[in-house]
Design a protein around this ligand. Sequence first.
Ligand SMILES: [Zn+2]
Length: 129
Amino acid sequence: MNWLRRMMYGRYGYDQLSLFLFLAYFVLWVLSLFRPLWFLYWVGAALLLWSVYRVLSRRIDRRRAENARFMSLAGPVIRWFKMRRTIRRDREHCYFKCPNCGQYLRVPRGKGRITVNCRSCGISFEEKS
Ligand SMILES: [Zn+2]
C-alpha cells in the first residue's frame, strides 16, 4: 500500500463528484449493452476518464470548487431522496410540506383534521393526518 500512498501524495483523491461520475459510467456502460445505445459506452468512458483525472489531479482548490458546485446542485436531490425514505419508513407520523416556506413538518398520524403550525416561518394551515 506504500506505493499507492506515494502515488496519491499531493493529489486530490476521491470526492462526491468523482464517485458520481464513476457511478454514471457504470450506468451508461449497462445501458450501452442495448445495441441502439452503443454510443453511451463512449460517453461513459469519457466520464470515467474525467473521474480518474479528478482523483489524480494536483489542482486541489479547483477540484474542491467543482465538487462544491456539484454538491449545491445534487444536495437538494439527495435530501429529497432521504426525506422520501424517512416518510416511507415512519408509520407513526404524517409529513407535510409547508405551503409558505417548503419546510417539512411532521405530525402524529390518525388525528383527523388538524391545524399545523410551521416551526420555520410561523404560519398555520389545516391538514388531514
Ligand atoms: Zn413554513
